[in-house]
Design a protein around this ligand. Structure first.
Ligand SMILES: Cc1cc2nc3c(=O)[nH]c(=O)nc-3n(C[C@H](O)[C@H](O)[C@H](O)COP(=O)(O)OP(=O)(O)OC[C@H]3O[C@@H](n4cnc5c(N)ncnc54)[C@H](O)[C@@H]3O)c2cc1C
Length: 374
């Protein structure tokens, strides 16, 4: 079978991976010289901890297994089973963490409630003040800026794989074929449009204006090397307010009695932080839903994040080296892991994994492969 994959982000690349693994011929087409979208701009968190129970958690756990397998073959991914810690302060935050560890699926996530000393034994860089920490053993990380390049280098070892960068797909022709902006036509038995958050143009034309997917913009930053290991990823208790796994009467109580600080509430913020291979810290994030999106990055959210991180680390942050924003596509029904739609005979659109796309893509691609009978 010949598979045409449009888009070289993690969703497209994982579909290419699944197809090549099954012995199919794959042509992957990307309009930029290399992917430049959400797949490079994210934290690289393979994030199991906050996933909703049921299909979403199962997808994330399966994806984590696949990341680990692929990571063993492709060291350039930088896969590491680092786990995560969410330090909490005060009874209201503690009660949400306690409700999380009481969930039926807590063992599958590897949740544990730790004392500050136990948390520091895992991650000695957390010298700041907190009263307990929620540990999630299943969380992991990869290096987002290099992961797609490393995967591509591995795919290129296969005689069945071709990468065509610098070509924007403009048109779907009948079933099974696409035309690029050079005028070339690419035919396959199946075409997968993995075009990320570009929901206008081609995608609007083939999927219609009522696509149940929206765009979300996030602000991020990265520091100079910390000068010491941050052995786990770190989140703050504001992350409880945004991830479905933490929904509980205790969370309602937290929301009612302890509102977020104004800047965090205005920009719908939480802290997520992961150390990069070079020792720098990737720190975020904000969430912007209303269009038109800002074209600049705002300083207040960065000041807030800096304050939160410094309170956990008990030391000043190194210099901020990079600031950026990214946009992902998210299903408007938060219960849906991805939007997978047959838009023509032999042509499928796969988009909308939202803030879990880096985590879930290997399993999303595996499901596509099964559904399409590859
Ligand atoms: C700031 C930020 C932080 C995040 N953090 C995490 C995280 O830690 N963990 C997690 O699980 N998820 C995270 N996410 C979500 C995750 O990054 C995305 O869900 C995922 O990367 C989406 O991958 P994609 O391949 O669909 O899109 P993209 O990476 O955007 O790739 C789509 C590609 O398609 C190409 N393309 C588009 N149209 C065409 C066309 N017509 N012809 C040819 N090529 C085309 C684009 O150039 C692009 O390279 C984060 C997202 C952001 C923005």
């Amino acid at each position: 079978m010949r598979v045409i994959v449009v888009g070289a982000g993690v969703v497209g690349t994982m579909h290419a991976w699944q197809a090549v693994e099954r012995g199919h011929e794959v042509v992957q087409i990307e309009r930029e010289a290399e992917a430049r979208g959400a797949s490079l701009r994210n934290f690289g968190q393979i994030w199991v901890s906050g996933r909703a129970g049921g299909e979403e958690l199962e997808t994330a756990l399966r994806a984590r297994e696949l990341w680990e397998e692929i990571g063993a073959r492709v060291p350039g991914l930088g896969f590491r089973a680092n786990g995560s810690l969410t330090p909490v302060r005060g009874d209201l935050e503690l009660a949400v963490a306690e409700a999380a560890v009481a969930r039926e699926d807590a063992p599958a996530r590897g949740y544990k409630l730790l004392t500050p000393d136990e948390a520091r034994a895992l991650n000695p860089a957390l010298r700041g003040r907190f009263s307990a920490a929620l540990y999630c053993e299943r969380d992991a990380a990869v290096e987002p800026r290099t992961a797609q390049l490393a995967l591509r280098a591995e795919l290129l070892k296969s005689p069945h794989y071709t990468f065509k960068p610098g070509r924007e797909i403009r048109e779907v022709i009948g079933g099974n074929a696409v035309r690029d902006d050079h005028g070339d036509v690419h035919c396959g038995d199946v075409v997968l449009l993995c075009t990320g958050a570009w929901l206008g143009g081609l995608v609007r034309e083939v999927a219609g204006p009522e696509l149940p997917v929206r765009r979300v913009r996030l602000q991020m930053m990265q520091t100079d090397p910390l000068g010491e290991p941050l052995t786990t990823s770190v989140a703050d208790a504001d992350s409880f307010r945004y991830y479905p796994a933490y929904r509980s009467p205790a969370l309602d109580e937290l929301n009612a009695r302890q509102p977020q600080p104004e800047t965090a509430a205005d920009h719908r913020m939480q802290l997520l932080m992961v150390q990069r291979a070079d020792g720098g810290l990737t720190i975020g994030d904000t969430h912007e839903y209303e269009h038109p999106f800002a074209f600049d990055t705002l300083e207040d959210p960065y000041d807030h994040l800096t304050e939160v991180v410094e309170s956990f680390l008990g030391r000043p942050l190194p210099k901020i080296r990079r600031r950026w924003a990214g946009v992902y596509a998210q299903c408007t029904d938060p219960g849906r892991v991805v939007h997978r739609q047959q838009v023509r005979d032999g042509v499928w659109l796969v988009t909308g994994p939202g803030g879990r796309g880096m985590t879930c893509s290997p399993a999303i691609a595996e499901t596509t492969a099964k559904e399409l009978g590859w």
